[in-house]
Design a protein around this ligand. Structure first.
Ligand SMILES: NC(=O)c1ccc[n+]([C@@H]2O[C@H](COP(=O)([O-])OP(=O)(O)OC[C@H]3O[C@@H](n4cnc5c(N)ncnc54)[C@H](OP(=O)(O)O)[C@@H]3O)[C@@H](O)[C@H]2O)c1
Length: 343
């Protein structure tokens, strides 16, 4: 995702980039852009400048894809709280440039993409941007997974200073982001969505309540967590009754193709305990389960599978720490059933 849409603009841009790579020169690229501007002004004159704030595991992957495939005229401006991450990333491509401060990044951009750990980080970063520079006329696109009320609060806060806010939660993990296979759900005003549209493709909830994007993210996550819980339990059950791993793997491949196949392979190989993989951490599941539980409670909905998922994520978090992977609930279920945590 965050891929350039097909069409004239992107075709010209790709051709231009390819020619520039061949001839190896920024000056040549600028000359071509000037010619293109004269030939067809609409192709280049209205392209927004983008800043990217937050270069964690998924933020970095998505930002790199935006820089590589997006139809931008100028490099993406990157900023991260730990500034060395932005500097290191900018060194990898001439389509990325590191800003010295958050204010510099925001001031130079029309669109500010944010991908941060949690609600508090989003809230304080937007406050800091607002306090340090003018944000009037800018569009903030928030890809962090946050509570629906946080979306609304940021939107209202930014509207007071004439800036727009799009909620834009992401479905899919880091591996999918690297492959440009995540799905983004954009919610906000149609005017702001139109500004961001050239840089993305995804589900659009234009002019619908902003919270719908994050509510959908929570509902989707519930489905995902519940599927992982059942997969882990199935794996444990199969082991206890002596069903060979290969037999279960073959069944899953036939009946449940898609991410489940890879997840089962990670359970069988023991990689669910490996902290060096880019699998989602348990801390992320703890945050999202908390929101799901609040949502269920507030709306008087009993979700028994969520109770089970919550118990397992809590246990993994306590015993293995926040960096343990979500799939480590497999270990927790194994222990409950008299097996060692690791395979
Ligand atoms: N990873 C996934 O599979 C996945 C999938 C879908 C959605 N998401 C969502 O995407 C968001 C980012 O996830 P991630 O995997 O990239 O997380 P991550 O690797 O833990 O990175 C977190 C990012 O937030 C920044 N940050 C943390 N606290 C901050 C603060 N107080 N002020 C400013 N910046 C702060 C970090 O900066 P430093 O580098 O300075 O620490 C880093 O850039 C989260 O909301 C997550 O729920 C993740």
């Amino acid at each position: 995702m965050l891929q350039a849409r097909s069409g004239l603009k992107c075709g010209h841009r790709r051709q231009l980039d390819a020619e520039c790579r061949l001839r190896n020169g920024a000056a040549f690229r600028d000359k071509l852009l000037t010619e293109l501007q004269e030939y067809e002004p609409s192709l280049t004159s209205t392209m927004s400048r983008i800043a990217w704030i937050g270069l964690g595991s998924i933020g970095e992957a998505m930002c790199q894809n935006l820089a590589r495939y997006g139809p931008m005229q100028e490099p993406v401006i990157v900023w991260n709280r730990t500034i060395s991450k932005a500097e290191r990333l900018a060194e990898t491509s001439d389509k990325l440039v590191a800003a010295r401060s958050l204010a510099d990044a925001v001031a130079a951009a029309d669109i500010v993409c944010i991908c941060l750990i949690d609600d508090a980080a989003v809230d304080s970063t937007i406050d800091m941007a607002k306090a340090q520079t003018s944000v009037s006329g800018k569009v903030f696109v928030d890809m962090s997974t946050v509570h629906p009320d946080t979306n609304q609060a940021q939107s209202e806060k930014l509207a007071k200073v004439d800036a727009a806010y799009l909620a834009c939660p992401i479905f899919g993990g880091v591996a999918m982001a690297i492959e440009r296979q995540t799905t983004m759900v954009l919610a906000g005003s149609s005017e702001a969505i139109t500004k961001f549209e050239p840089f993305t493709a995804g589900v659009q909830l234009a002019d619908q309540p902003l919270q719908h994007a994050s509510l959908l993210k929570l509902v989707g996550n519930y489905f995902r967590f519940a599927s992982i819980e059942v997969l882990c339990e199935t794996s444990v059950l199969s082991e206890k009754i002596g069903l060979p791993k290969e037999t279960l793997a073959q069944f899953v491949k036939t009946v449940l193709p898609g991410p489940t196949v890879g997840q089962l392979a990670l359970l069988h190989s023991g990689a669910y305990s490996d902290l060096t993989t880019n699998l989602p951490p348990i801390s992320m599941a703890v945050k999202e389960n908390k929101y799901l539980n609040e949502l269920a409670l507030t709306n008087g909905v009993k979700l028994r599978t969520l109770d089970t998922v919550t118990a397992h994520t809590k246990r993994v978090n306590e015993v293995k720490g926040p960096d343990a992977k979500l799939l480590s609930i497999h270990g927790s279920i194994r222990e409950e059933n008299g097996l060692p945590f690791d395979v």
